[in-house]
Design a binder for this molecule. Sequence first.
Ligand code: GDP
Length: 234
Amino acid sequence: MGPVHRQSELLGHSILGTQRIWLLRQGCGGPAPVLLDLMRYTTQFLLSAMAASQFPAPDVPEIAFLGRSNVGKSSLLNELVGEKAAKVSSTPGRTRAINFFALLDQSQRRKLVFADLPGYGYAKISKSISAGWAEFIDPYLAIRSTLKLCVCLVDSNVPAQESDGQLFDWLRSAEREFVVVATKIDRLSGNERTRNLLALKKGLGLDEVLPVSAKTGYGVGALWARIEEAGSRE
Ligand code: GDP
């Protein structure tokens, strides 16, 4: 990993629920990074939906977060948008709902919506994402018009799981864009990282897996860049 990448990892941090992100890009004339942009969002909880009829009206680009229970989704959301989202999403009764959050810019304009989907548990998932949720999770992923990117979390410490593979197959068949993020990467040594990431890619048939740590903030800047890119696409 080059110095530009390492430096960009250090630059994203959250302050009391307000996220500051500096996106870096390689300067044209050489390897030095240049400051590209400064974005600051505040997070506003919108609602918890237990049925498709409760989804908020589609307006701004939406990013969905998916993963098995305990994968580190609340912790990563906390890193991305502040404690509020993580707290709401782990409140009993809301863990089986889709929790929607708006990200507001400095003029309080809605720029993005994050949709935190229920952890899909350890049970095998079959054709639908998970038994019992077919009524609203499948339709959400299949028809949500503003959904631009699915951020799918897998644990970097755990071998490829069939349920994750089924989810990715489902997303491919639905022609949904998704990025796979390997969580808790701080728990692995350099060699283990390389080995586990390679095994996950191979086991899940992926070209790319983005390593992240909610604990150290590693990879969070790179994930933000993917989210921004997807959110700004028409
Ligand atoms: P969720 O069920 O997917 O929302 O998972 P949580 O965010 O609640 O995390 C599950 C467990 O993994 C908790 O004990 C977290 O402290 C731990 N965890 C989450 N992210 C990280 C990480 O980046 N590094 C480490 N070392 N532990 C993590």
